[in-house]
Design a protein around this ligand. Sequence first.
Ligand code: 5CA
Length: 156
Amino acid sequence: MANAVERFERAARAAGLAVEVRRFPQGTKTAADAARAVGCEAAQIVKSLVFVADGEPVVALTSGANRVDPERLAAALGAREVRRATPEEARAATGFAIGGTPPLGYPRPVRMLVDEDLLGLPEVWAAAGTPDAVFRTTPGELLRVTGATPASFAER
Ligand code: 5CA
């Protein structure tokens, strides 16, 4: 587990992203948990959710206030079929377990979209490798280091 945070920190450093990982013993496994621990709005939590689009993994960086609409996600990706990844598929694609999946630090490049609802916020918090670790960043930095494409794919 500590190893997963170190892996994330190395990737952040390599990307030129200054991160200070914060650990919360009470846990940050879900967006609601993370918002409670940090003391921010759920909307400021970045969920790094793994989907499978026409057989390829995709990460949808999603506001903690939103739920992904798989049909809208498929439209945004130009994919025929989109479904939630299994926990095993998610780990294979990102190298991290669900609940601690960070937005970067994956073993190989993964196509990424970012929820437009995150982009206007002054600061956001994302997982840092484990279900008790998060870091603060800005939407601009998130876009820069992930290469994610802004899109609208939340349930409306
Ligand atoms: N650390 C927090 C805040 S950054 C976090 O990682 N939140 S999360 O939303 O990105 O990760 C938890 C999400 O994993 C849940 O919202 C849910 O969408 C997904 N998840 C949980 N269990 C499963 C499962 N069995 N299969 C697929 N996805 C799952």
